[in-house]
Design a protein around this ligand. Structure first.
Ligand code: BTN
Length: 245
């Protein structure tokens, strides 16, 4: 039987700087539990990856942070959290008949356009991850994104969905996929099966300039592996740019 972890306690705020920051505050004061979810209608300082800001029109999208205390997850297995979160989002969006993929490392995209983003912040104790704040933003009912290469559930399906009901579907998937004690290899394989531009010859850029290459997988640490004129290169965050999107 699958134990409900996420979604038992949902803390719904009308406005906050960032649900991830709020989750960190609750954790530091011992005011939340494993599986607590914080959601907000609007964020005044939503955080994206690489220090970017995450913008979202008020009340239209899912802005959420999931608190996860793993039993015994070591830092070198932290990619497992990315795999499980990305796959949960992919499965949930597929329930709404949207064909999504994951653009390495964790952008959820529809034909290259971003529909959801993930920001995982880990609190460490030695070499173990004590607690993770899994921030998830999903574009649901917003229809204009200025000059961003983004889309939403409404744009893709012509249907609106309440952030809270999307959250309930997402929590269900997360409850399944976060039972990963012994199956992180399986999660990794499934993540690679859903990887944007996997096995396709595309243009990228690294510190040596532009090149054509083929993504052939990811490493156990979550790095991107690209075959580049018969050489195999492994890239961490910020070390490679996708040019063909
Ligand atoms: C990205 O840049 O792709 C990551 C975006 C993550 C945004 C979500 S919205 C809810 C949570 N709180 C934040 O401040 N950020 C994450």
């Amino acid at each position: 039987m699958i134990q409900a972890l996420f979604g038992k306690e949902i803390i719904h705020l009308s406005e906050i700087d960032s649900t991830n920051n709020f989750a960190a505050k609750l954790l530091s004061e011992n005011l939340c539990q494993n599986g607590s979810v914080i959601m907000a209608d609007v964020q005044t300082q939503g955080k994206g990856q690489r220090g970017n800001i995450w913008l979202s029109e008020s009340g239209k999208n899912l802005l959420s942070s999931f608190i996860f205390k793993s039993d015994n997850l070591s830092v070198d297995r932290q990619a497992t959290l990315t795999w499980a979160t990305s796959l949960s989002l992919i499965e949930t969006l597929r329930k709404f008949n949207i064909e999504v993929q994951v653009k390495w490392p964790n952008d959820i995209v529809v034909a290259g356009k971003k529909i959801a983003g993930i920001l995982i912040e880990n609190q460490l104790q030695g070499s173990k991850i004590n607690c993770s704040i899994i921030g998830i933003g999903v574009n649901l009912n917003q229809t204009s994104f200025e000059n961003l290469n983004a889309t939403s559930l409404l744009l893709e399906t012509k249907k609106t969905v309440e952030p809270k009901s999307f959250l309930a579907f997402l929590a269900q998937e997360m409850n399944l996929l976060f039972q990963f004690d012994n199956n992180s290899d399986l999660l990794k394989k499934e993540y690679e099966n859903n990887l944007f531009q996997m096995n396709e010859l595309k243009r990228y850029k690294d510190e040596n300039g532009e090149f054509y290459g083929k993504i052939i997988g990811t490493s156990d640490e979550g790095k991107l592996i690209i075959e580049k004129s018969n050489k195999i290169e492994t890239y961490g965050m910020k070390e490679v740019v996708f040019l063909d999107i």
